[in-house]
Write a new protein. Structure first.
Length: 122
């Protein structure tokens, strides 16, 4: 079926589906970035044992979310799209070697932009 024979509703559905897939892939990429950065942080040896244990727990959770996101993509868009998304993300998401994670414990509280709440500047 060519673009000329598609009705406006069909084009809308196709464009919405593509936008939703792009959004899901962007979330998958963000999870991949977080996994890489957290793994580097945990293995850096710069943190105490308690902090490293917390980082390992976070890493485990991030990996589970990553797998769940791939499953969500497979359910919504098909297994082929999920495999392609995973391969693309794993090939393209890079974290510069010199990038270091923000150590929350070493930073003072800062005001958030929303309602003057305090946070740790993440």
């Amino acid at each position: 079926m060519g673009p000329a024979s598609m009705g406006s509703a069909s084009r809308y559905v196709k464009e919405t589906r593509e936008a939703m897939l792009a959004y899901e892939i962007a979330e998958l990429a963000a999870l991949r970035f977080s996994i890489i950065l957290t793994a580097r942080w945990e293995s850096s040896g710069e943190e105490d044992q308690e902090q490293r244990a917390e980082l390992r727990a976070d890493l485990s959770l991030l990996r589970r979310y990553y797998g769940d996101k791939i499953d969500d993509i497979a359910i919504a868009f098909g297994v082929d799209e999920a495999i392609k998304a995973k391969d693309d993300v794993e090939r393209t998401v890079l974290v510069p070697r010199d990038m270091k994670p923000l150590n929350i414990q070493r930073h003072e509280e800062v005001s958030s932009e929303e309602g003057g709440e305090t946070g740790y500047g993440l």
